[in-house]
Design a protein around this ligand. Structure first.
Ligand code: NAX
Length: 327
């Protein structure tokens, strides 16, 4: 029997948590022979902690063979202790009339604190994946607080956007979605992000050769993917949860699978012209479990360059909003 992996999950009693924890405990994230210990962290709010108790009871009731322990806490020092993976899902939602700048600052404070505690108490091999919005900037903020853990350990989730884009292309082309490959998301997890269709393939052929409607690719397609979150809220009356949890399973599963190529929000280091210090969605290839290299060889046409410039600008602006926090 392998040693259990300790997986810390914040916002564990939230919507995404409710779809996510059971997948982790069933083996979908780390494999069918990898035991896990779930370290569930919630805000110090009575209602949330009570709900967490209920979630933990349901996890118990599933009798998952791989689940070797459940910790419930509102204290980051306990929740992140010796964690091998820290899945930062919890965040303050944007309230009515709230400016994006206020959301950035409020969440910034949470991710400053969590970044510091993770750096102090998580396992030496800790990996961090940020889902709570604004995910890229929250990830940048958490990473800015780490002295022990290097920046490449901190990743932001853009996999939901990749999955959304893959299905949109498959539907348009009338093909099975598994035939759509090499579709990567660049930039922010926001409507500015860019699904780079020109490099993607369908049955081995470049997407623009299969879907010849350039106006659709540059217009409706990019818009549908970028604004899908809002469309889900409109239809469901609540934000994406099961698909977000599924994307996080994919994000981590791909990061622990050598050879996988996928989209991840990482420190850009100037790749594709992004500001060096923002976390941008980029194509990566997993090298060893938990580590990756950015694929830097894609050429960008003028349309792609303009999209990259816009999403980069948004990330730079977000960073500027929280500059005083991360000093
Ligand atoms: P919920 O509001 O259902 O759950 C969030 C949970 O986080 C709550 O239970 C809350 O008590 C908890 N929380 C708040 N502050 C905390 C803290 N300091 N420590 C621990 N827990 C804390 O939101 P949910 O629908 O689960 O979404 C979670 C986050 O994911 C949101 O920020 C949301 O915007 C973001 N999303 C990100 C996506 C992505 O692709 N990156 C897509 C889906 C989702 O919109």
């Amino acid at each position: 029997m392998k040693t259990p992996i300790r997986v810390a999950v914040t916002g564990a009693a939230g919507q995404i948590g409710y779809s996510l924890l059971f997948r982790i405990a069933s083996g979908a994230m780390f494999g069918p022979d990898q035991p896990v210990i779930l370290q569930l962290l919630e805000a110090p709010v009575e209602k949330a902690l009570k709900a967490l108790e209920g979630v933990a009871m349901e996890l118990d009731d599933c009798a998952f063979p791989l689940l070797k322990g459940i910790i419930q806490t509102s204290q980051p020092e306990i929740g992140f202790k010796d964690a091998n993976w820290c899945l930062l899902v919890g965040a303050k939602p944007r309230g009515p009339g709230m400016e994006r700048a206020d959301l950035l600052k409020d969440n910034g404070k949470i991710f400053i604190g969590q970044g510091q505690v993770i750096d102090a108490v998580a396992a030496a091999d800790a990996r961090i994946a940020v889902v709570g919005n604004p995910a890229n900037t929250n990830c940048m903020i958490a990473a800015s607080q780490a002295k022990r853990l290097p920046p490449e350990r901190f990743t932001a989730m853009v996999r939901l956007d990749q999955n959304r884009a893959q299905t949109q292309l498959a539907k348009k082309a009338g093909v099975d979605l598994t035939t759509v490959k090499d579709l990567f998301i660049y930039g922010n997890h926001s409507p500015t992000m860019f699904p780079a269709f020109a490099h993607a393939t369908i049955n081995g052929r470049p997407v623009p050769a299969v879907i010849t409607d350039t106006e659709w690719l540059q217009g409706r397609f990019c818009e549908n993917v970028g604004k899908r979150g809002a469309a889900i809220i409109e239809a469901r009356g609540a934000s994406s949860a099961a698909s977000a949890a599924n994307a996080l399973v994919d994000h981590v599963r791909s990061l622990v699978t050598p050879g996988a190529i996928h989209s991840v929000g990482v420190k850009s280091n100037n790749h594709y012209g992004f500001d060096a210090n923002v976390w941008a969605g980029l194509p990566v290839r997993t090298t060893t479990p938990g580590s990756y290299e950015v694929i830097t060889t894609y050429a960008m046409d003028d349309f792609a360059k303009s999209k990259l410039a816009a999403t980069n600008q948004e990330l730079v602006d977000e960073r500027a909003f929280v500059a005083d926090l991360i000093k």
